[in-house]
Write a protein of this length. Structure first.
Length: 50
C-alpha cells in the first residue's frame, strides 16, 4: 500500500496496463517502479499483513 495516497497493489491482479502480469509478487516489481496514482517510488510503499 502506498503511504502517500493509499493505492494498493494486489499481487493476484498485477498491473497489466503497466506490463506487470497477474501473480507478480511485490518483491518482483522493479525498484524503479512508481505508484500509478501519485508517482512516488516503491520505497514509499508498505506491505500490509493479510
Amino acid at each position: 500500500m502506498c503511504l502517500i495516497c493509499g493505492w494498493v497493489y494486489y499481487e493476484d491482479l498485477g498491473l497489466p496496463e503497466e506490463g506487470i502480469p497477474p501473480g507478480t509478487a511485490w518483491e518482483d516489481i522493479p525498484d524503479d517502479w512508481c505508484c500509478p496514482d501519485c508517482g512516488v517510488s516503491k520505497e514509499d510503499f508498505v506491505v500490509a499483513p493479510l
